[in-house]
Design a protein around this ligand. Structure first.
Ligand SMILES: Cc1ncc(COP(=O)(O)O)c(C=O)c1O
Length: 332
């Protein structure tokens, strides 16, 4: 089986496992895990922020990040297919007590005019006040689309002029960085708080981080413990993240090339594929997924008429060519 369901299905390499086994560890709830500290400092630095906090999942990182800028009874604005709106099972409402309103864009882009229409200043006991705007880069369900830096800068300026904050779901910010050459610190500078993942294209088995100012991260550390996310000798996991940053970042370009090859096989214009995800319409997404599985390729339906393929570390060039041939035979 060639598994193109998600870039989360990768298994740690031998070298990553060796780095995990050799990690220096301590009790991270006591703040004594040197490897977790190292990873947090390194990632905070990469994005030009003061501090970072390791979490077990991207969903927890997003919940903590958004909660650092939006409180109960306030709202966050995001694109309609954003992961925080669609795929975190209502955690932000259930845990934080915030609400969401969304704008829609076919490529998952920032629509400043729509945001302006949605934005609600705090007028007292009338409307839910907008506390933050959330953006997702790359945008998973919009086919790994990269948000242009200029649009991110514009949304930051818009939000800050109105006293609101920007949250960036950067689960795949690494892919945006490799695809465009935009420095990670430039992306970091566009957001007050970020969530980034090591467990997607970078190939770590576990691990995400909240990145932001020291106060936000201190607060997130308390909330993480409250939610049961305080882990002890977490350095074994942080070591996988450090290894991934050292060895798996630049190779994301291969995943992007593989995604374009698969897009072409599925009749999608490869120039519309920015990174490692291909999303395309199919009249019977579930049926196509079943036929692909019977042919030896695992893919996902992400809507009744929407199919998604994701390339990653465990899919070689020759796997990609085989999958492309098999998928092309199903689409013709
Ligand atoms: C854009 C985005 N944000 C957040 C997450 C959540 O990550 P996790 O599955 O580690 O909770 C995902 C997961 O695929 C994602 O695609």
């Amino acid at each position: 089986m060639i598994d193109l369901r998600s870039d989360t299905v990768t298994r740690p390499t031998e070298a990553m496992r060796a780095a995990m086994a050799a990690a220096e560890v301590g009790d991270d709830v006591y703040g004594e895990d040197p490897t977790a500290r190292l990873l947090e400092e390194r990632v905070a630095d990469l994005f030009g922020h003061e501090a970072a906090l390791f979490t077990g999942t991207g969903s927890l990182a997003n919940v903590l990040a958004v909660a650092s800028v939006v409180g109960a009874g306030q709202e966050v604005l995001c694109e309609a297919r954003a992961h925080i709106a669609r795929a975190e099972l209502g955690a932000h409402g259930a845990v934080t007590g915030l609400t969401m309103r969304t704008w829609s864009h076919p490529q998952g882009r920032i629509d400043l005019a729509a945001i302006e229409d949605l934005f609600a200043p705090d007028l007292g006991p009338f409307f839910v006040p907008t506390a933050a705007i959330s953006v997702e880069n790359t945008h998973n369900f919009a086919g790994g689309a990269v948000l242009p830096l200029a649009a991110l800068e514009a949304v930051r300026a818009f939000a800050h002029e109105r006293g609101a904050k920007v949250h960036l779901d950067g689960a795949r910010i690494w892919n945006a960085h490799v695809a465009t050459g935009t420095p990670l610190a430039s992306y970091g500078g566009c957001a007050d708080v970020l969530a980034v993942c090591l467990s997607k294209g970078l190939g770590a088995p576990v691990g995400s981080l909240v990145v932001g100012g020291q106060d936000a991260i201190d607060e997130a550390r308390v909330r993480r413990k409250r939610l049961g996310g305080g882990m002890r000798q977490v350095g074994v996991l942080a070591a996988a993240g450090l290894h991934a940053l050292d060895h798996h970042l630049e190779r994301l370009a291969d995943d992007h090339a593989h995604a374009r090859l698969l897009a072409e096989a599925c009749g999608v214009d490869p120039s519309t594929v920015d990174t490692n995800i291909v999303v395309f319409d199919h009249t019977d997404a579930a049926g196509f997924v079943t036929r692909a599985r019977e042919a030896g390729v695992l893919i996902s339906a992400v809507g009744p008429r929407s199919v998604r393929l994701v390339t990653h570390l465990d899919v070689s060039r020759s796997d990609t060519e085989t999958a492309a041939r098999l998928l092309a035979s199903l689409t013709t």
